[in-house]
Design a protein around this ligand. Structure first.
Ligand code: PAF
Length: 284
C-alpha cells in the first residue's frame, strides 16, 4: 500500500488527525475533483516545493454542477488519483463523501455579486457560488497557508482571490500556468469525453486564441476583426460550437474597448457535450 493510501482521510475527523498540530509547518492545499492529469500534478509538485505538508482534496462537488451538467458521469478514479497525487508529492489525500461535506440541505452558500454574469458564468449561473462555497469549506477544514489553482479556469482563479479578500481568508492563492498537450489543447479532466474526431477538432480552440494573439502582436487593433478571425477558426470545425470568445480585462473580466495593456483572451466551446475552455493572458 502506498504511503498516501495509508494517509487518505475520508472524513473531517480523519483529515484533522492526519494534519495534527501544525507546529509551524506550512500546509499547501491542491483542491481537485479527481480524474487527475499533468495539470493537477504541476500544482502538487509546486505545493511540494513550497510547503512542508501537501494536502490534495479529491471531491466532485455537486453544488457547482447545473441540473443538466455532467455530475453523474464525471470521471471518478480514486485509487489511480491517490497513486498519481502521491507520486507528485502529496502527503495527505482528503476524499470525503457527500454527506460529510453536505450533511444537510445547503443552508449557507457564498453569493458572488460580480463576475458571475460574465464568460462561463453566463451559461453556468450557479457554478461559481458552488465553487466559492466548497473552496471556503475546504480551507476552513484544512487551514492551508497556500492554495493552488490551475489558470485554465481563469475566472475561478480570479473569483477565489476576490472571495478570500472580501471574507478575510488569510490563505495565499497561487495560480499555475496551463499545461497543454503537444498540439496545444489545454489538459482537462473533460478531454476524456472527446471522440478521436472531436479531439482532433478541439485543437482549434487554442489555435483561435493563438491567432488572436498573433494578430495583436502584428499590430491589429480592431477588436471586431480579431474576434471574427478567431471565431472563423472554430467555425471551421463543425463538431465545435462556440459559446464565447472574449477579449477582456484579466481581473474584472469586463470586455475591453481598446486593444491595449494587459488583456485576457478567453474562449469556451461545446464539443459534442463536452465543455472546453481555454485562455491566454497577454500584454502589449
Ligand atoms: O477546479 C476544480 O477542479 C474545482 O472547481 C474545485 C476548485 C476543486 C472546487 O470543486
Amino acid at each position: 500500500m502506498s504511503d498516501c493510501k495509508k494517509k487518505t482521510a475520508h472524513n473531517i475527523a480523519e483529515i484533522k488527525k492526519a494534519l495534527g498540530s501544525s507546529d509551524g509547518r506550512t500546509v499547501g492545499l491542491v483542491p481537485t475533483m479527481g480524474a487527475l492529469h499533468r495539470g493537477h500534478l504541476s500544482l502538487i509538485e509546486r505545493a511540494a516545493r513550497d510547503c512542508d505538508t501537501v494536502v490534495v482534496s479529491i471531491y466532485v462537488n455537486p453544488t457547482q454542477f447545473g441540473p443538466t451538467e455532467d455530475l453523474e458521469g464525471y470521471p471518478r478514479q480514486l485509487d489511480k488519483d491517490i497513486e498519481m497525487a502521491s507520486g507528485a508529492g502529496a502527503d495527505i489525500i482528503f476524499a470525503p463523501a457527500d454527506d460529510e461535506l453536505y450533511p444537510a440541505p445547503v443552508f449557507t452558500e457564498i453569493k458572488i455579486n460580480e463576475l458571475v454574469g460574465l464568460l462561463c458564468g453566463k451559461k453556468r449561473p450557479e457554478h461559481f457560488s458552488g465553487v466559492a462555497t466548497i473552496v471556503v469549506k475546504l480551507v476552513n477544514i484544512i487551514k492551508p497557508d497556500i492554495i493552488y489553482f490551475g489558470e485554465k479556469d481563469w475566472q475561478q482563479f480570479v473569483i477565489v482571490k476576490k472571495v478570500f479578500k472580501d471574507l478575510n481568508v488569510d490563505t495565499l492563492v497561487v495560480g499555475m500556468p496551463i499545461v497543454r498537450d503537444a498540439d496545444g489543447l489545454a489538459l482537462s479532466s473533460r478531454n476524456r469525453y472527446l471522440s478521436q474526431k472531436q479531439r482532433r477538432s478541439a485543437k482549434a480552440l487554442p489555435a483561435a486564441l493563438e491567432l488572436a494573439h498573433d494578430m495583436i502582436k502584428n499590430g491589429e487593433r480592431r477588436k471586431d476583426k480579431i474576434i471574427s478571425a478567431a471565431k472563423e477558426v472554430i467555425a471551421a470545425e463543425p463538431s465545435l460550437e462556440l459559446e464565447y470568445f472574449s477579449i477582456c480585462h484579466p481581473e474584472n473580466l469586463v470586455e475591453v474597448e481598446t486593444i491595449k495593456g494587459e488583456m485576457l483572451l478567453a474562449a469556451a466551446v461545446d464539443a459534442g457535450g463536452a465543455r472546453l475552455i481555454d485562455n491566454k493572458v497577454i500584454k502589449i
